[in-house]
Design a protein around this ligand. Structure first.
Ligand code: AP5
Length: 250
């Protein structure tokens, strides 16, 4: 569960400087992780970070981290947090401003994995343009697939640690002590957007806004659909196999 990078700078916003030197890697990986809410993108992002050395960057984590620093009412961040709590997507402009602010994370020599970004066609086109401008290329867009009943079970039982961002599940990945984080001892909570009414809104937003991205990346030959069923280690192995075969040609 120990992260490869502390992601402190990523979570603190544009001006923060990353103090963690990039992990030495044999190959720099630049990936996008797609998939419905609760399919396990965040879980896989942490596992992949260990295997590949690239930093896992989640836009959802940034918006949640900002909650600890109350934004002025009506400000873009305050509006973004309200949208997020309801399960709605945050506006493209707010998300893109955030990504541009942290452009140096995209240029990191350790690589990156984008978890939860892009999630609209406008965001995908903006990141395409940003990467072209930086002369960088994506290696793959891994699209995790899971049936809806399993998604709902994963989201309903998820518990997270607001302090260190560790993720647990009351049945499939319970903490050693009930409601206490194994990593830092913090009190585990249920995310506001894991309430049933917000889950429904998120699933609808995923269908209408994010599913079209699959076709966008399919046309570019970057889309790798992966089943997200089974144990996290099994899904990781499937992902690494797909990357080895289709990207490295092994
Ligand atoms: P975000 O935080 O990105 O949420 P999400 O995409 O909805 O994904 P989740 O974090 O809910 O799930 P996950 O797939 O990472 O699953 P996890 O690994 O935790 O975004 C939240 C909100 O922020 C959005 O709704 C939106 O409002 C806003 N936002 C963020 N980015 C945005 C953007 N670019 N544009 C607009 N708005 C944006 O796993 C889930 C549970 O399942 C856990 O309990 C875990 O322990 C368990 N689990 C994981 N793998 C397995 C397994 N293999 N078997 C059994 N259990 C498992």
């Amino acid at each position: 569960m120990t992260p490869v990078h502390d992601r402190t700078a990523w979570l603190q916003g544009g001006k923060a400087v990353c103090l963690q030197p990039p992990t030495r890697v044999d190959r720099i990986w630049r990936l996008v992780l797609l998939g419905p809410p609760g399919s396990g993108k965040g879980t896989q992002a942490e596992l992949l970070a260990h295997s590949l050395g690239a930093c896992a960057l989640s836009t959802g984590d940034v918006f949640r981290a900002a909650r600890g620093h109350p934004a002025p009412p009506g400000s873009a961040m305050a509006v973004a947090q309200e949208q997020m709590a309801r399960g709605e997507l945050v506006t493209d402009n707010s998300v893109l401003a955030l990504i541009r602010e942290r452009g140096r994370c995209l240029r990191c020599s350790g690589g990156f994995m984008l978890d939860g970004f892009p999630r609209t066609l406008a965001q995908a086109e903006a990141i395409d343009a940003l990467l072209v401008a930086e002369n960088l290329q994506l290696d793959a867009v891994v699209s995790y697939e899971l049936p809806t009943p399993e998604i709902i079970a994963r989201l309903s039982g998820r518990r997270t640690c607001p302090a260190c961002k560790s993720v647990f599940h009351v049945e499939t990945c319970p903490p050693k002590r009930e409601a206490v984080c194994d990593r830092c001892g913090g009190a585990l909570v249920q995310r506001e957007d894991d309430r049933p009414e917000a889950i429904q809104v998120r699933l609808e937003a995923y269908q209408s806004a994010t599913v079209p991205l699959a076709a966008h990346y399919q046309k570019k030959g970057l889309l790798f659909p992966i089943s997200a069923a089974g144990l996290p280690a099994e899904i990781l192995a499937r992902t690494l196999d797909a990357l080895a075969i289709r990207v490295l040609g092994l």
